[in-house]
Design a protein around this ligand. Structure first.
Ligand code: DGL
Length: 269
């Protein structure tokens, strides 16, 4: 089967990587909207348009499923995509607030959601929080710079730790039990965050759940998920074929995607 993954940039590779690990027999296409990255600082209407234009290009490739591996793109345009491409499964992502609230509540602590400014401003996100946050424990923080750092392949722990320290200064981390990584660019920094945060804080992202849903919708057998808040120690046994595409067709960005995927794999080796 041919499964397409789509993000504004290299963020969705965090989801592709998990799909490759669990579905080594499938073919993958990865599309980055390099003409418009980042999405998180744009308007809703702009992102709706960019997502639709990207999907049109992806659909020329005859795919069997589309994973919108982008919380911002999903929040902005998933309904429109599902209506337009009703002949295939279109799987979206939203910040994993529900499991985070459940786990944090059990521990008597709060939840902090990291996402893009656009995701956090949209009704879809507010409706989600209203639905699941009975005890009013959810706070949120936009991290637009982190998307930019990731796009520049800036993974130096010292620089990134300094950035997080600045962002988290004045926040009482003891009161939080869970941090939700509500943007697919953020799991690149999981190890750095684990190192920086108090050990009781669990990191949750939507990667595993998204691949579960993909397997369900395509009726594919489910290989168990990587452990959610710890580093995945399983190694990849085979590398399935991947076609990389980007909206500006820049060959340097295609190299960047391959490099970023390698970096993710090195984190999990
Ligand atoms: N990786 C995307 C997300 O999950 C988009 C980040 C951006 O382009 O600002 O939200």
């Amino acid at each position: 089967m041919s499964i397409a993954f789509f993000d504004s940039g290299i963020g969705g590779l965090t989801v592709l990587q998990e799909a490759m690990r669990r579905l080594p027999g499938e073919n993958f296409l990865y599309f980055a909207d390099t003409l418009h990255v980042p999405y998180g600082t744009k308007t809703l209407n702009e992102v709706k348009r960019y997502v639709q234009q990207s999907a049109e290009l992806i659909m020329k490739e005859q795919v069997d499923a589309l994973v919108v591996a982008c919380n911002t793109g999903t929040s902005a345009a998933i309904e429109e995509l599902r209506n337009t491409y009703s002949h295939i499964p279109v799987i979206g992502m939203e910040p994993a607030v529900k499991p985070a609230v459940r786990r944090s509540h059990e521990a008597g602590r709060r939840v902090l959601v990291f996402a893009t400014s656009l995701t956090l401003s949209l009704t879809k996100y507010h409706d989600l929080v209203d639905r699941v946050d009975d005890h009013k424990v959810v706070d949120s923080m936009p991290l637009p710079e982190l998307v930019q750092y990731c796009e520049q392949l800036m993974f130096d722990p010292q620089e990134i730790e300094a950035y997080f320290r600045g962002k988290l200064a004045g926040i009482n981390l003891d009161s939080y039990g869970t941090i939700v990584l509500g943007c697919t660019h953020f799991p690149y920094y999981k190890n750095i965050l684990h190192h920086l945060l108090p050990p009781h804080i669990e990191l949750i992202d939507g990667t595993g759940g998204t691949v579960d849903r993909l397997c369900d919708m395509l009726d594919l057998p489910k290989v168990p998920r990587a452990a959610e808040s710890s580093v995945n120690t399983s190694s990849q046994t085979s590398v399935p074929p991947i076609t990389f595409m980007c909206s500006d067709g820049n060959p340097a960005y295609l190299d960047k995607m391959a490099q970023a995927l390698k970096y993710l794999q090195s984190l999990h080796a």
